[in-house]
Ligand binder design. Structure first.
Ligand code: NAP
Length: 290
């Protein structure tokens, strides 16, 4: 079983300035999280999209530019789509020093591939998720042996400013975390949508369905967090023999829902591995999401 660690090893400060390269869905989620939890941290968003730059400027609280500049002491977060990273690195590599700390949130790009392309040894590979925007992120990250303890500690602090962060010492696990954590909000929203659809079909208003779903999913997550019991025990405690929930779970079992969920997660993790392998061989891999 690979070692994982959620404890901070040192007590560093957040970097004085964070350069966020790519400020789309994920980059902006992190920026919003940081603005709320670390207001003293200066943030520069480097964005190629003019519309996005306009939106970011209107949003306020950060500097916005289309031109990457890295000053000594800056901490660079890269949140561009993986398929544009090769071109980005080729054009911007000369701005990186061998000791420039880089936190990648890009799915399907190995730390070694990024380090080689940018010419820095200080690459931490992470996979965050969109609830970072509301400080409820779950990020998993990997740092190889060449990465300085301070870079690891600052990455950890940055990711913990937007939720929880878990360090793993096997990069293989990042592909599985990409499915679980990166894609998790999409998978959960997909299931929430089924609950909402059921509510609408039965005559609840969309607002009522949404409110019930938020409270049931959020409430259950809080219950699990506050309980020592495994999730299946909490499930069984709702299932009175021959009762309504038991009938519903029987339908889940008949449809092999648990297997379907695990198959979907495995397929998603496999796609992350395919992307990493295609990217590291320089082939590119078409679109990649989280
Ligand atoms: N979305 C998620 O839930 C999630 C979760 C975990 C990890 N990630 C990772 O986060 C990264 C971003 O995903 P996303 O969903 O945020 O994508 P996105 O919404 O498309 O945002 C990417 C942004 O980067 C900009 N960009 C492209 N090339 C650039 C360059 N050379 N310099 C500066 N900015 C550039 C894009 O502008 P244009 O539109 O003009 O190209 C776009 O605004 C991806 O690597 C993804 O794997 C995403």
């Amino acid at each position: 079983m690979p070692h994982t660690d959620t404890t901070r090893t040192t007590d560093p400060e957040l970097p004085a300035r964070i350069v966020m390269v790519g400020c789309g869905h994920m980059g902006f989620a992190i920026v919003r999280g940081l603005l709320g939890s670390a207001p003293d941290c200066a943030i520069v968003a480097v964005e190629t999209s003019p519309q996005r730059r306009e939106m970011l400027t209107e949003f306020g609280g950060i500097a916005v530019t289309d031109e990457l500049e890295i000053a000594p002491g800056d901490f660079v977060v890269i949140a561009v789509p993986p398929q544009v990273f090769g071109d980005f690195a080729a054009a911007q590599r000369h701005k990186f020093a061998p000791e420039t700390p880089v936190l990648s949130v890009m799915a399907g790009l190995n730390a070694g591939t990024i380090a080689e392309a940018l010419g820095t040894t200080q690459v931490v590979r992470s996979i965050p998720n969109t609830p970072s925007e509301v400080f409820q992120g779950m990020s998993v990250y990997y740092a190889g042996p060449a990465v300085a303890e301070n870079t690891v500690a600052q990455s950890d602090l940055l990711l913990k400013a937007i939720g929880k962060a878990l360090r793993v010492d096997s990069e293989e696990l990042i592909d599985d975390a990409t499915a679980f954590c990166g894609g998790g909000p999409a998978f959960v929203s997909y299931i929430v949508d089924a609950f909402c659809q059921f509510a609408a079909d039965r005559g609840f208003t969309a607002e009522a369905g949404r409110e019930m779903a938020v409270q049931v999913f959020g409430g259950t997550a809080t219950l699990i967090a506050h309980s020592d019991k495994p999730p299946m025990q909490l499930c069984r405690e709702v299932m009175t023999p021959n009762g309504t929930t038991e009938r519903g779970i029987a339908a889940f079992d008949a449809a092999e829902l648990k297997n379907s969920v695990m198959t979907a997660l495995a397929a998603s993790a496999q796609r992350s591995r395919e992307l990493a392998s295609a990217m590291s061989s320089g082939a590119g891999a078409g679109a990649a999401d989280e």
